[in-house]
Design a protein around this ligand. Structure first.
Ligand SMILES: [Fe+2]
Ligand SMILES: [Fe+2]
Length: 263
């Protein structure tokens, strides 16, 4: 028997966030950003990943038949598009362009139409969890205030996205036999381990630049993954499991001074 997850609370959460964002000023792009080339390469890669076309995902959730969940996914996709936009502006402020392709994303985008919603959400959850501690590392470790602000804004969203996806997967897998559920969780751990290894391999030098280590990053991913799988396997419906996820303190840097010089 399945677990009914009520997505009205998540929809209200995403609607409130959309309202808050509509009244929020953009970061002060005119301040410019001074970034090490190794961090720019990472941000270019992240920008390309964030800028994914989620129309197919939305169509799959509409077909799944839960209107509240589908409406929440539309707002989730808008947040991801906003991450791509923020990173695009940040790269421009740093004097860099964006990349227009990467083999890993190209493969995912090519295979995506063949994925069922369950597999797609498992992949999305793994990709969200591996970037979450990375944005925290950027927000905490970068010397550039504009970049720290952008990373903190994205991190705040990703900290909500992970339990949101876990709630859907929990409801979805609860309808499956226990053996299938256990196999899906084991499969997910392999996905997450592969994604972590790829991030460490591709962006390990950026972690060093941010004054952290590959090991610490991997431990953070593990902590997030363990909390996520605990939520996916939890018996209790609702979003109460939010409290079980590691919550990185958001940076307390002062906001960027928007006044023109000399005022
Ligand atoms: Fe994102
Ligand atoms: Fe996300």
């Amino acid at each position: 028997m399945g677990v009914e997850v009520d997505f009205r609370r998540w929809l209200a959460n995403f609607e409130a966030e959309a309202l808050r964002r509509a009244g929020e000023q953009d970061p002060a792009w005119e301040m410019g950003a001074r970034l090490d080339p190794v961090l720019i390469e990472t941000l270019r890669r992240f920008q390309f990943s964030e800028d994914t076309d989620n129309r197919l995902l939305i169509a799959k959730t509409v077909a799944a038949g839960d209107p509240e969940y589908a409406a929440a996914i539309v707002l989730f996709a808008a947040e991801e598009a906003n991450h791509g936009r923020l990173l695009d502006h940040l790269l421009a402020a740093a004097g860099s362009g964006r990349i227009t392709g990467h083999w890993a994303d190209a493969t995912f985008r090519r295979l995506r139409p063949a994925f069922g919603l369950r597999l797609e959400m498992m992949l999305i959850l793994a990709s969200e969890i591996v970037v979450l501690p990375f944005y925290a590392a950027i927000a905490d470790g970068v010397d550039d205030p504009l970049t720290a602000e952008v990373a903190a804004r994205i991190l705040a969203d990703e900290q909500r996205h992970v339990p949101f996806h876990c709630d859907w997967l929990r409801g979805c897998l609860a309808a499956s036999p226990p053996a299938f559920r256990a196999a899906a969780v084991v499969g997910w751990w392999f996905l997450a381990a592969g994604a972590t290894a790829m991030v460490v391999s591709d962006h390990g030098r950026t972690l060093t630049h941010l004054r952290t280590t590959r090991g610490r990053y991997a431990r953070d991913v593990f902590a997030h993954s363990r909390a996520a799988m605990a939520q996916v396997r939890a018996a209790d419906p609702g979003t109460a499991a939010l409290a079980g996820h590691p919550r990185r303190r958001l940076p307390t840097r002062p906001p960027v001074d928007r006044r023109p010089p000399g005022v």
